[in-house]
Ligand binder design. Structure first.
Ligand code: OOG
Ligand code: MG
Length: 257
């Protein structure tokens, strides 16, 4: 790897692309990087954000459903980081001009009750959760044409751009086998079922705990964990009203201005 393609330079390349809302060629087009290097690029690009004053407030799981893997042509579970500036108020606005080619996807989010430092089993994972809610993730790949390899998308913080959270429910609420839909301007854009998230959305949190242990990055009490989309994602445009509905958890929405 040349100095030009050092991991810090690649992190800056992606951070600049996000800041300037300009798509760039995917990294794998000009230099091969390993998955470990890609996670290091992700860590460095997030460090650039926290150095500017942003705070780490959670993590998001990616490719936890077949629908997402099929849509993006990537077949491994991944995770990315969420900072406070990505959190959009429920019913609030995002400015289209700050994004490249944003897409929205309906999700389920967990609020963590106490630090997760080791892999949790499906039987204990609920004890680590304060609440669950319907959510929307706004993804915005920094790569041209939203095209990437697994390493590319990991380096790009798994396309994370923004997220919106609905009202909180107690962790005892049933979250498996719930119909999920995404509407744009009242029209159905995507549909899915929470069972499509690894067969049970709680398993997405188990997977996050495994990654937390593997990368020695605890998920702290108070943080959010997005479970990953059960459906494909839909492109959004200025003027759109975007609503997700998770049966039993309710609606969550935002506007694109
Ligand atoms: C990568 C992010 C994947 C999910 O929910 O599966 C993701 C992408 O699709 O660009 O957020
Ligand atoms: Mg997602």
């Amino acid at each position: 790897m040349t100095t030009q393609h050092s991991l810090p330079n690649l992190a800056q390349y992606l951070d600049d692309a996000a800041t300037n809302a300009t798509a760039v060629p995917q990294i794998s087009n000009f230099v091969p990087i390993s998955l470990a290097d890609a996670y290091e690029v992700q860590r460095l690009s997030i460090k650039a954000r926290t150095d500017r004053g942003e705070r780490l407030i959670g993590v998001k799981m990616g490719f936890t459903s077949e629908a997402k893997m099929q849509q993006m042509g990537v077949h491994d579970m991944i995770w990315g980081r969420l900072t406070n500036t990505m959190l959009v108020t429920q019913g609030g606005n995002i400015e289209f001009s700050k994004y490249i080619h944003p897409r929205a996807e309906p999700e389920i989010c967990f609020r963590i009750a106490k630090d997760i430092t080791r892999e949790l089993s499906i039987d204990e994972v609920r004890d680590y959760v304060l609440g669950v809610c319907a959510a929307i993730e706004i993804i915005d790949s920094r790569y041209e044409n939203f095209k990437f390899s697994l390493e590319d998308v990991v380096a790009d913080n798994c396309s994370s751009a923004a997220f919106v959270l609905g009202s909180w429910h107690r962790p005892q609420v049933e979250i498996n086998n719930l119909p999920i839909s995404l509407k744009i301007n009242g029209e159905n854009a995507e549909t899915g079922n929470s069972a499509d998230i690894l067969g049970d959305p709680w398993k997405a949190l188990c997977a996050a705990s495994r990654l937390a242990a593997q990368y020695n990055e605890p998920i702290l009490g108070g943080m959010y964990v997005m479970a990953g989309a059960a459906s494909a994602a839909a492109f959004i445009h200025a003027g759109d009203k975007v609503t997700a509905f998770v049966e039993g958890l309710g609606n969550v929405e935002f506007n694109v201005i």
